[in-house]
Ligand binder design. Structure first.
Ligand code: UD1
Ligand code: MG
Length: 466
């Protein structure tokens, strides 16, 4: 059986943050969620996350992830001590376990699968007890270095802080990812001591212990070092974001998506984009967003968790948790949020905000409007400056507008209210009662007209100022 342990108990001191390191986000998703998702993609049957520092926050971040187990490291005594905490989850299970760090978010499904395959094969050949994933860098500063004997066999890993100047010249480094046979794991973790500069129990020391027992240790060398960048500070956080962003954008470009300025475009790893979509400069598309073909996401737009149909034009707008129908135009400067469902061929113009609103086909709200908790039928015209007053300071109420209704400009609709099919509301109205089908309604103060009085009034004010 293939199992995995994610080490995520550390504080991440070098991040200089109040937030636990593994909750820092890359393209809208925490580092630990990236790791969990990749392990699931690699079909790992059992995943154990080691929690410690701010464990409740990390657990909450993983609340929607099914089939993962948690173990707790109460004091952060080092990576070996962290792994020990998974004994009750894995101690009785056969097979091998991949140990990954919660701060290595770029590791791919392919690498995880290949390291397991290599390890399982090698275990059959020479009883290999551990395969360590290594990389090579001209300057491997910050990483543990792989130490070999004269026969070129791996005999241990030395941490940067414990390394001599000669050892620091070693180019091969430890990625912090290991595939270990469960049979030799937990009893050997007990043998690791904390006799080092940091007084920590180092997991890499397991290699020394296995070698003393004459067990075979192998390495799997990574092809692309970027995959195993361990994010320890904010510099690495932005480096990793840049690498992933580039990889994702490149992938979509090759699938037929036009990007005006890909260095300014941020697309999350779960987003799906169809052919002939155009994405302009400075755009963020995150969460579970789906975008159908021939849609244009205009510059400075932010889209999160949305389903956007084909032939939609979005200009400089912010849209979250919503569905947009085909041939609709949104913006410039619109804000649609909290489960809006927008129909086909609709028009949502500048300075329009919709919250939790359904807006059926062929309706338009072209300027300066707020619709909250509303249901709007088809072929409705919402005049400029229309407001649903949906909140009385305590609770929210609904506004329902039927089909083919005309709402005149600058209307206030005080919810709860229903305006039935075909009604016509005169501009400048403040309405509190339901309006029947095909009715006309208007509330307006009397209009006063005094010929020539403007001149008199202006003179009066000018005289008063003297
Ligand atoms: C570790 C390795 C190093 C390797 C590097 C790769 C050790 C001692 N060193 O160093 O050889 O080159 O990763 O990125 O393992 N953690 C716990 N409990 C603890 C300490 C750490 O759960 O008591 C977790 C952290 O949350 C983190 C991971 O283990 O996710 C690695 O810890 P970190 O402090 O980042 O180790 P590195 O110094 O990067
Ligand atoms: Mg690290």
């Amino acid at each position: 059986m293939r199992s995995a342990v994610i080490l995520a108990a550390g504080k991440g001191t070098r991040m200089q943050s109040a937030k636990p390191k593994v909750l820092h986000e890359i393209l809208g998703k925490s580092m630990i969620l990236h790791v969990v998702q990749t392990l699931k993609d690699a079909k790992i049957q059992k995943i154990v996350v080691i929690l410690g520092h701010e464990s409740e926050l990390v657990k909450e971040n993983l609340a929607n992830e099914k089939h993962i187990e948690f173990a707790y490291q109460h004091e952060q005594l080092g990576t070996a001590d962290a792994l020990k905490q998974a004994k009750s989850n894995l101690g009785h299970i056969s097979g091998s376990t991949i140990v990954v760090c919660g701060d290595t978010p770029l590791l791919t499904r392919k690498t995880i699968t290949e390291i397991f395959e290599q390890h399982e094969k090698q275990e059959q050949v020479d009883g290999c007890a551990c395969t360590v994933l290594t990389g090579e860098l001209e300057d491997a500063s910050g990483y543990g270095r792989i130490i070999r004997n004269v026969n070129h066999e791996i005999i241990g890993i030395i941490e940067e802080k414990d390394a001599t100047s000669d050892e620091k010249l070693v180019k091969e480094f430890n990625s912090g990812v290991y595939c270990l046979s469960n049979a030799h794991l937990f009893e050997n973790l007990e043998k690791i001591t904390n006799n080092n500069t940091q007084s920590e129990y180092y997991l890499p020391d397991i290699i020394k212990i296995l070698k003393i027992q004459k067990k075979a240790v192998a390495r799997y060398i990574i092809k692309d070092n970027a995959e195993i960048i361990g994010v320890n500070d904010r510099v690495a956080l932005s480096d990793v974001t840049t690498i992933l962003r580039h990889k994702i954008n490149h992938g979509w470009q090759l699938q037929g998506v036009t990007m005006h300025n890909p260095e300014t475009i941020f697309i999350g790893r779960d987003v799906i984009i169809a052919k002939d979509v155009i994405i302009e400069t400075n755009v963020k598309i995150l969460g579970n967003t789906r975008i159908a073909s021939d849609t244009i996401i205009g510059m400075n737009s932010e889209i999160n968790n949305c389903t956007i149909a084909e032939n939609v034009i979005i200009k400089q707008s912010v849209i979250s948790d919503s569905i947009i129908g085909a041939h609709t135009t949104v913006g410039p400067f619109a804000h649609l949020r909290q489960q809006c469902e927008i129909g086909k061929h609709t028009r949502i113009g500048n300075f329009v905000e919709f919250k939790n609103t359904r807006f059926a086909d062929y309706s338009a709200s072209a300027h300066l409007t707020y619709l909250g908790d509303a249901e709007i039928g088809h072929h409705v015209n919402i005049g400029c400056g229309t407001i649903t007053a949906n909140y009385n300071g305590v609770s929210k109420s609904k506004t329902i507008i039927g089909n083919s209704v005309f709402i005149g400009s600058n209307s206030n609709l005080i919810a709860p209210i229903t305006i039935h099919n075909g009604a016509f509301i005169g501009a400048g109205s403040t309405l509190m009662q339901d309006i029947p089908e095909n009715a006309f309604a208007m509330t307006r103060g009397p209009e006063i007209l005094k010929e020539g009085y403007a001149t008199i009034l202006k003179q009066k004010y000018a005289d008063a100022k003297k």
